[in-house]
Design a protein around this ligand. Structure first.
Ligand SMILES: Cc1cc2nc3c(=O)[nH]c(=O)nc-3n(C[C@H](O)[C@H](O)[C@H](O)COP(=O)(O)O)c2cc1C
Length: 442
């Protein structure tokens, strides 16, 4: 007797979907967990779930041809003798030399400089390419201390103390041996060709009081000139922001779970940390509670793709944003132009995330000299500059439509949410109502 049911087609499980089944088989076959780059691939509440209201009778728009909408931002106004002023609030996030090729670092510097914004070093130290081509360069001070050099602290325009990243709050990164070339090994004081795991916490602190001492040390080394940022992954944004302010930060960088990484465990990327959208309001609330909103600047990152995303982050209270993944795409990463080669690697443009393996056909996330030479840093820098310009213009257009003569005048009142989740996280009303869930609680 057959139990086959001819009336209903076979039904797959939503819990055990194709990807999950493939992951179980992969784990069973190999005995190792998956490591990859990029940010979370699952759908989480995001800026797409918010809309601007624009102006009508009750609000008055600005006339684009005659009335200016300012986009500048000054970072580091609290303590630094030399704060940084940028023409656009879109900065380039820290991405390590090692994860990226020297040419890619140069291209980021070129593009950011044309656009009047800053770029940032990463794990592994400062390269001459990026210092030489970046008008404003932020130097990361990381738990691993790879490539840390006191002279480079002084060559930088600002210092970013990295406590964590949105892709892996509480965790460290990975750099596979195939990317530890002679140059990378030399800069990091590591043996060539051997896999490296970056530390998940700073070796000389056990808590927030040590962070305060560390910031003072960095200020002394740099003669109190440079703005000091603290970067945290989006985990407990209210308390982390408050503690960063207490420790003496000039700027807080807050990276949500969509934030890219060069490489870490997939299980980490997909299961640890909070969506960027959920991080902003608690952080802004902490700044407001301390009377520090706009005095300590807030830079938000994690999944920023367009001028609309920028405008929404700013409307929720951020002073600026940082982009990583989108900047790499603008340089030429994951470009369909290289599809044949992506296919040979068993992937496709748009899904290529094995940045740690160093085989990037676009020459961006690689240390292979032949692949790296494919990226023309001048042309790639120009593409990045174009992209930054478009995003700035887009954000400006939205701000004008909301009647704002500076991007920083955008406010939560300009926004509504499309979903209950986004309304609760962003604390803006569900569209068509004056209500959002969870008022007053984080
Ligand atoms: C290739 C790559 C390398 C990265 N390296 C670092 C790093 O060295 N230090 C760090 O703090 N963050 C690093 N990040 C994270 C970025 O600074 C940033 O937080 C993140 O990319 C922002 O999210 P987005 O990629 O969605 O724009 C890296 C990200 C990428 C994509």
């Amino acid at each position: 007797m057959s139990y086959h049911n001819p009336f209903t087609p076979p039904r797959k499980s939503a819990t055990f979907d194709d990807h999950t089944l493939a992951e179980i088989r992969r784990a069973a076959a190999t005995g190792i967990y998956d490591i990859r780059g990029a940010g979370t691939k699952r759908k989480v509440p995001h800026f797409d779930d918010l809309l601007f209201l624009g102006a009508s009778i009750s609000r008055y728009p600005l006339e684009g041809y005659r009335e200016k909408c300012d986009t500048t931002v000054t970072l580091g106004t609290r303590f630094a003798k030399k704060p940084i002023t940028l023409k656009t609030p879109i900065t380039i996030a820290g991405m390590s030399f090692g994860a990226l090729s020297g040419n890619a670092k140069e291209a980021l510097g070129r593009g950011a400089t044309i656009a009047g914004t800053s770029t940032t070093t990463g794990d592994g130290g400062m390269t001459d390419e990026e210092r030489g081509h970046s008008q404003t360069l932020v130097y990361q001070y990381l738990p691993s201390r790879y490539g840390m050099n006191p002279k480079d602290l002084r060559r930088a325009d600002a210092i970013e103390v990295v406590v964590g990243q949105g892709a892996k709050p509480g965790g460290g990164g990975m750099l596979l041996g195939q990317k530890i070339s002679d140059r990378v090994a030399n800069m990091r004081n590591l043996p060539k060709g051997i896999d490296q795991r970056s530390a998940c916490r700073h070796p000389d602190w056990t808590g927030p009081d040590d962070l305060e001492i560390k910031i003072l040390e960095l200020r002394e080394i740099t003669d109190w000139e440079k703005p000091i940022y603290i970067k945290v992954g989006g985990a407990r944004p209210y308390y982390d922001t408050a503690l960063a302010v207490k420790a003496g930060a000039d700027v807080v960088v807050l990276d949500g779970m969509q934030g890219g990484t060069a490489a870490t465990q997939d299980v980490f990327i997909e299961n640890v940390g909070m969506p960027t959208l959920a991080c902003i309001r608690p952080a802004v609330q902490a700044l407001q509670d301390l009377g520090m909103h706009r005095k300590v600047q807030l830079i938000v990152s994690g999944g920023i793709r367009s001028g609309a995303d920028v405008a929404k982050a700013l409307a929720l209270g951020a002073d600026a944003v940082a982009i990583g993944t989108a900047a790499l795409v603008a340089l030429g990463d994951n470009d369909p132009h290289w599809e044949d080669e992506y296919q040979k690697l068993g992937t496709t443009a748009g899904a290529y995330d094995d940045w740690h393996e160093g085989k990037d056909p676009a020459g961006i996330t690689t240390q292979d000299p032949e692949l790296a030479a494919r990226l023309d840093p001048v042309a790639a820098g120009r593409r990045l500059a174009n992209y930054l310009k478009v995003m700035t213009l887009e954000a400006q257009t939205i701000a004008r439509a909301c009647g704002k003569n500076h991007l920083h005048n955008l406010e939560p009142e300009d926004l509504v949410a499309l979903t209950m989740e986004a309304a609760a996280m962003a604390q803006v009303p569900l569209a068509g109502t004056s209500w959002f869930p969870g008022k007053g609680s984080f």
